[in-house]
Design a protein around this ligand. Sequence first.
Ligand SMILES: [Zn+2]
Length: 115
Amino acid sequence: MTRPTHVRIDREQGFMEIEWADGTRGRCTLRELRMACPCALCVKQRETQQETGFPPLYPPQAFQLSHAELVGNYAINLIWADGHSQGIYQWEYLRSLCQPIPETEAAAGTPNESV
Ligand SMILES: [Zn+2]
């Protein structure tokens, strides 16, 4: 079963980083997450956009995360600064959505006082 051991949200840089139980890590931007919101409303909205070809209109707050809550042990609920809170992101979904971070870059994340 796909489960994270650690979830880190960087609001300033605007991304979420997930460390999975198998030791791999993934990262997505908050913008990507909001654009992929799995709630019924957003799914419907994206379908309509595909039909009409009009790009979605989001206020800037739509890509700012207000807070995040775990849902049982299978998902995380992201609550956005514009008040949108219906998105329940299952781990499986996040795993497919977030780009894996290459090992080399992950290792480079450890500070090594070389400045
Ligand atoms: Zn949504």
